[in-house]
Design a protein around this ligand. Structure first.
Ligand code: KG4
Length: 338
């Protein structure tokens, strides 16, 4: 029996989870409301909040799982990428905890963890996991990548954004419309009430499987600037249609490259991960492509779309089986590829 405690503290969510033999026992997440009034994550405040949250969150995760500290096989923690001060809290906690319990420590790449979230079993009979190789569209506030996943540890980025990430495109355009931060979920909600074909925005023309979203952001901004000259209430009067049209454009851009990658590589098993995978239009597009092109799709549960420790624990579990441990000299890294 292998029981892993996962710790996630890369940005503004403090999370701890327990996974036993691949099955989720608990996943506790403490968000940080302190950033809302600043319109974005303030790194210094994030690390302080992690310091306050980490012990109660771990305590709750163990309690909900019905697991004692002594039953843990290892502690897995996010080493990076992320905010350095935030990562330091999780890393230092993992060091202290593993040393006190005399159990191994496992470092986890946050991006790999997003991909491997698809292997979390809800219970022992859950067999709905991807088979290798598969493609994973990883879309978040900081990343837009198409990843060829060959095994639990072998992943190759075959396409990625050359400028903004898809989540950034949602958030920046939402900010221009005065929708607050993060704007992605708000755009999603308002888009349900709007007409996705009302407006058209520029789509990038980038070679291969790479993405670009900065042109769309500029086109959106200029379009609003021009319309506001004629009607100062343009945004207010057309908010739902603007959100629906913007969302449709972003989803089309994402799906188009993914479709070509799937076709060229002849891989029909396709997954989506990261914060933007919560988007309802993106989820519908996956279902549509599954019907049209016979894709076998993997869409994460909402709890695994944003930052969470369950994905860190499952990654830790597979690394544990591979005996990939790290020593106490390990330090977090702010930037690292998959
Ligand atoms: O993976 P994630 O939680 O962390 C970061 O990478 O920071 O992703 C957050 C991103 C934000 O840009 C947020 O606006 C976006 O995911 N997001 C959404 C939705 N839910 C979260 N974007 C569009 N529609 C959503 N429903």
């Amino acid at each position: 029996m292998v029981t892993i405690l996962g710790i996630e503290s890369s940005c503004d969510d403090t999370s701890a989870a327990v996974i036993r033999d691949g099955v989720i026992l608990s996943n506790v997440i403490a968000g940080q409301a302190v950033h809302e009034r600043y319109g974005g994550v303030v790194p210094e405040l994030a690390s302080r909040a992690h310091q306050q949250n980490i012990i109660p969150v771990v305590h709750d995760a163990l309690k909900q799982a019905g697991v004692s500290k002594e039953e843990l096989s290892a502690v897995a923690f996010t080493r990076g990428p992320g905010l350095l001060g935030s990562l330091l809290v999780g890393t230092s906690f993992a060091k202290g905890f593993s040393s006190a319990l005399n159990i191994p420590m496992i470092e986890v790449n946050h991006l790999q963890a997003h991909v491997l979230a698809h292997f979390i079993k809800e219970d022992e009979s859950d067999t709905d996991q991807p088979s290798f190789p598969f493609l994973c569209l990883l879309v978040s506030g900081g990343n837009s990548q198409i990843i060829l996943v060959k095994s639990y540890s072998e992943m190759e980025i075959i396409g990625q954004t050359i400028d903004d990430a898809a989540g950034e495109a949602f958030d920046k355009c939402a900010k221009v419309m005065g929708l607050g931060y993060p704007g992605g979920p708000v755009v999603d909600r308002l888009a349900k009430l709007g007409d996705p074909d009302r407006f058209t925005f520029s789509k990038p023309n980038i070679a291969g499987y790479d993405y670009s979203f900065s042109g769309l952001k500029t086109s959106f901004l200029y379009f609003l600037r021009d319309e506001l000259k004629n009607d100062s209430d343009f945004i207010e009067n057309n908010k739902n249609d603007l959100c629906a049209s913007l969302q449709k454009t972003i989803v089309n851009i994402l799906m188009n490259k993914l479709y070509h990658a799937s076709k060229d590589l002849k891989i029909k098993e396709v997954a989506v991960a990261g914060g933007v995978s919560a988007n309802s239009a993106l989820r519908s597009a996956f279902e549509d492509y599954s019907r049209r092109y016979g894709w076998i799709i993997h869409i994460p549960k909402f709890a695994y779309t944003t930052d969470n420790a369950a994905m860190v624990a499952i990654t830790g579990y597979h690394k544990y089986l591979d005996k990939q441990f790290c020593g106490p000299e390990v330090v977090p890294y702010a930037r690292v590829s998959i």
